[in-house]
Structures are given as C-alpha cells and as structure tokens.
Write a protein that binds this ligand. Sequence first.
Ligand code: ZN
Length: 140
Amino acid sequence: MPDDLLTSRNDGPDIILYWDVREFLREGGASRLKECAACQQYFVQVTARVTRFCSQPCRLKANPTRKANNATYQHRHREARRRRDLRRIDDAKKQYRATWGAAPTVSDLLKALDMSRHRWNALCQWEEQTHGQQRVTHLH
Ligand SMILES: [Zn+2]
C-alpha cells in the first residue's frame, strides 16, 4: 500500500483498519497479538503473562481434564477441612471434660472453637449421612 494512503484517516473502512493495525504494530502490539489455540481467532494478550487462548471457555475446551481436576481438588480440600474440624472438636470435647468434669454444650464448643453454627450443623449432617449417627459431634 502506498504511503500517502496511510497519512489520512478519511478513507474507506478497509483503509482505516489497515492504518490502525499499522499503528498497533508500530507500538509493539505484534508480540501481544496471538492466535487462539482452540478457536484460531486472533486476540490481544492483555497482560504480560503468556496466554494461549482467547477466553476461559476456549481454555477449558482445550483441556477438559482441568474441570475434572478442579472438582477433585475441591473434594480433597473439603475432606481435609472436615477432618481437621472434627479433630478440633474432639480435642475441645476432651479438654472441656478434663477441665469441668462434664460434657460441653454445643454453645461451649462453638465458642471455644470459634466455629459457626452453620459449620457445626454441616458436620453433624455429614456424620449422620456417613456413619448413620453422630460420632465426634455427639456430646454425651
Ligand atoms: Zn478461542
């Protein structure tokens, strides 16, 4: 394309687009202009971090195990958190008994553990579903 066409923006849409792309490339945009590895559309990488996909859906489409891995991760995370909470409850029960010679109430435990009633109920429910009865959350 001759240079005089690039000096004016009062041209047709194609010329303007070409002019904008030239400006973009001149400002170092070429290194940020990427082709999506999933849908082959061009996109501009916004941050300095190297991106291979134009969007989150394309990223997940290209790597379906990612979703599954995330589910597995969340499952393990919840399991570890539950085990930790139940252990804390067990310890607090023993300590209360050793100190006061009696079983604590739910309120006593929640206060000692700084645990929400909602969390407590979820743990009771999990024990009932898993073992058919409350175990660690059983207070008598
Ligand atoms: Zn894409």
